[in-house]
Design a binder for this molecule. Structure first.
Ligand code: ZN
Length: 261
């Protein structure tokens, strides 16, 4: 049974509108930090090895623990939000956990703390795959999300942050599915440089010569890949200076960290 969505800002389907909270100020630059997953369903090791951390000597990652710990943090603090992008791993997590955990996840989707993005079983390759296979894998992923979370689990943005190269037809499929926006992180470096210069990393992509109304808001990440901006990597694999925002502490640095950004 699907939970009823209960949050302050909802759409006509009673589903959370993102961002649900947060304030905007016209006279400063408003920075939105999006906490999101990026879990490959197979790359250096296979999908099961990623999920259960079976090859730590090759990749010290455990997708299952990302799910487990994000849930705990979101439940501790209702102001926190997170976006999950890989339906294949999400399905694997649900199937290997009990109903109680599933309901915890459902609740966080319904109250808007978890936003599901992308929606495909994986982030599909756009260059070499046939369009029918791309549609098939989106169908599988979106069907799973619909069965598990109903209307509130419907992703609103296509999230292609790791495929190498982006095709117009994939963007057109995204329009056809009904996504409101498409984000990616890898673009040819010359185009990236040019767009950085003329401030056009965000643009509206016309995806079809036949259907002029097929357009989608598209965003390319600032850095040219999916990593954080320089100086802002706090993962286990990097050691950037942590942010200290309490003035009474030695090492207080929020002022200069903000300027760096
Ligand atoms: Zn990846």
């Amino acid at each position: 049974m699907l939970l009823e969505c209960k949050c302050l800002t909802v759409d006509q389907n009673n589903c959370p509108i993102f961002p649900k909270t947060g304030s905007y100020n016209d006279d400063v630059i408003n920075v939105h930090l999006i906490c999101h997953s990026h879990d490959d369903l197979g790359w250096i090791i296979n999908v099961d090895e990623y999920f259960s951390r079976l090859r730590p000597e090759l990749i010290p990652a455990s997708v299952e623990h990302i799910y487990n710990t994000v849930l705990i943090e979101l439940e501790r603090d209702p102001q926190k939000k997170f976006s999950f992008a890989e339906t294949g791993f999400l399905t694997r997590w649900i199937e290997s956990h009990d109903k109680k955990d599933y309901k915890r996840f459902q609740k966080l989707v319904a109250n808007g703390q978890i936003e599901l993005i992308g929606g495909g079983w994986v982030q599909p390759d756009e260059a070499a795959s046939h369009y029918i296979e791309i549609i098939d894998q989106y169908t599988l992923g979106l069907r799973k999300l619909n069965e598990s979370y109903g209307e509130c689990g419907r992703p609103k943005v296509a999230w292609q942050i790791d495929p190498f190269g982006h095709s117009r037809e994939h963007a057109n499929i995204a329009v056809g599915i009904g996504y409101e926006a498409l984000f990616f992180a890898r673009m040819h470096y010359l185009e990236h440089e040019q767009r950085l210069k003329n401030k056009s990393l965000e643009f509206v992509w016309s995806t079809s010569d036949d259907f002029k109304e097929n357009q989608i808001l598209t965003g390319q990440f600032y850095r040219g890949d999916y990593g954080p901006p320089p100086g802002y990597c706090f993962d286990i694999m990097c050691a950037d200076e942590p942010i200290v925002d309490a003035p009474q502490l030695q090492g207080y640095n929020i002022d200069h960290k903000s300027i760096e950004m």
